[in-house]
Design a protein around this ligand. Structure first.
Ligand SMILES: N=C(N)NCCC[C@H](NC(=O)CCC(=O)O)C(=O)O
Length: 445
């Protein structure tokens, strides 16, 4: 049965700001407290969605989440009216207020892990929302993410939306950013590769020393178990702790896979040869042959990969068997990376086209093209069964642009988070967005 891969891009929320909340994500720290432009951020994301939809790639949108998260603030003892809660939080702990306001749900590669129906024991598409429990501002997301996915994929005959894993460190789960499906194509049997940063219950396993490993092996195994994946078609690979310590906080900052191609940096994995061997063995079982595209350190250093987000690119199958690589503008601005990309396209290999976008607002918080999207491979029947109001069309694009122009500020400083009017603006925007998407019960407003 054929299937198409939908990219569900996160629509950047009205409170997008640079709060420096992500220890281990160098961009987030480098741009802390600088002014953000929420309007530009949302329009940049919409421009990518529109352009790829116009190219015929299956494109959809995941809505932002209600911010500030008053439930969090009140659970931490900030009380009184909404205005009181905001004033007290800003006075006593601006960083907690920033966490409650974060627009981090825009990076939907971390929203969930998705197993297409082809891979699962019960033949349904399985989603496990990621608990993102390593960071306070991200650990808020899974509640609304679960609600949103259940609203879009409501047909329980075709879709299973699980609860997130327990939010204890042993089950640190960052979703699809640490997960890659490799096989002959989106509609064919395939192997699911889970990449983890540490092992909770094996103190002797390698682990990063400087920055946190957000994904545990135990979490990846639990997701595979919940999704009913066949062991022979599930591969667990450890990310190289040394690159985590250089700012590679998700695997999708150092590797990306699509169909039978794995595009990765030579230092991405703790045991490169072991990983390739496991993949080749599992893929033989599904009549697929791995095409590795290995980038040597001599061509692109880990630092260049982290600053350009070369590997946080989207790798998209085109009609005719070739692939396009969707890269951020920053890749053109790094000499080594630009040179490498020229050689890649000229090589006659699977990638014969580069498509670049200006995603600077997101990039300044450590989010590139791949962070902004959740991949969901769907058969035509499944695509017809999901909520249609989130599918990106020219009409929806123009409606959302008008909505952003109407509701979003074009500048947000850290001190603006104390402004009670901002909370009211976000609330009004999301009430209207739920109507635009045809999802009246989307938010618990
Ligand atoms: N690579 C993937 N898939 N996603 C990128 C997520 C970036 C996000 N940044 C932040 O959360 C920064 C928020 C701030 O500092 O304001 C993170 O670190 O989790």
């Amino acid at each position: 049965m054929s299937a198409r891969e939908f990219n569900f891009d996160g629509l950047v929320g009205p409170s997008h700001n640079y709060a420096g909340l992500s220890f281990g994500n160098v961009a987030s720290f480098n741009n802390v407290k600088s002014a953000s432009n929420p309007k530009q951020a949302a329009l940049q994301g919409l421009a990518k969605m529109r352009a790829l939809a116009a190219r015929g790639f299956a494109q959809a949108v995941l809505p932002p989440q209600d911010r500030p998260n008053f439930r969090l603030l009140r659970s931490l003892g900030f009380s009184g009216s909404d205005a009181d809660v905001l004033a007290r939080a800003y006075k006593e702990s601006p960083v907690i207020l920033a966490c409650a306001y974060s627009a981090s749900p825009m990076w939907t590669a971390n929203a969930a892990t998705v197993s297409p129906s082809r891979d699962t024991a019960d033949g349904r598409v399985h989603f496990t929302p990621a608990n993102l429990n390593n960071k306070l501002h991200r650990a808020l997301e899974y509640v609304q993410t679960t609600r949103t996915l259940k609203a879009i994929f409501a047909d329980e005959r075709r879709f299973a939306v699980h609860d997130a894993l327990p939010s204890t460190p042993a089950f640190g789960d960052e979703g699809a950013a640490n997960h890659t499906r490799l096989g002959a194509g989106h509609g064919a049997d395939a192997v699911e590769m889970f990449v983890y940063g540490r092992v909770e219950f094996d103190p002797n396993a390698p682990a990063p020393k400087r920055y946190p490993a957000r994904q545990t092996l135990e979490a990846s195994q639990a997701v595979a178990r919940k999704h009913g994946l066949a062991e022979a078609r599930t591969v667990y690979v450890q990310q190289n702790p040394d690159v985590i310590d250089q700012g590679v906080f998700h695997n999708d900052v150092i590797a990306v896979g699509n169909a039978n191609v794995l595009f990765y940096h030579e230092q991405a994995f703790a045991d490169e040869q072991g990983a390739l061997f496991q993949l080749r063995q599992a893929m033989a079982g599904v009549d697929a042959e791995l095409t590795p595209i290995r980038v040597d350190t001599g061509m692109v250093s880990v630092q260049d990969a982290v600053h350009s987000y070369l590997f946080n690119s989207q790798l998209l199958s085109k009609d005719g068997g070739k692939m396009a690589l969707v890269i951020p503008q920053e890749c053109q601005e790094n000499a080594a990376v630009a040179r490498y990309l020229e050689s890649l396209v000229a090589s006659g290999g699977p990638v014969d086209e580069l498509i670049h976008f200006d995603l600077r607002q997101s990039m300044r918080n450590g989010g590139g093209p791949a962070c902004l999207r959740l991949r969901v491979a769907l058969t035509d029947e499944e695509a017809g069964a999901m909520h249609q109001g989130v599918i990106m069309t020219e009409a929806l694009y123009h409606t959302l642009v008008a909505w952003v122009e109407k509701h979003y500020r074009d500048k947000l400083e850290p001190s603006d988070l104390a402004d009670p009017k901002l909370a009211i603006e976000v609330h009004a925007a999301l009430e209207e967005l739920a109507r635009i998407l045809g999802m009246p019960g989307l938010y618990d407003l």
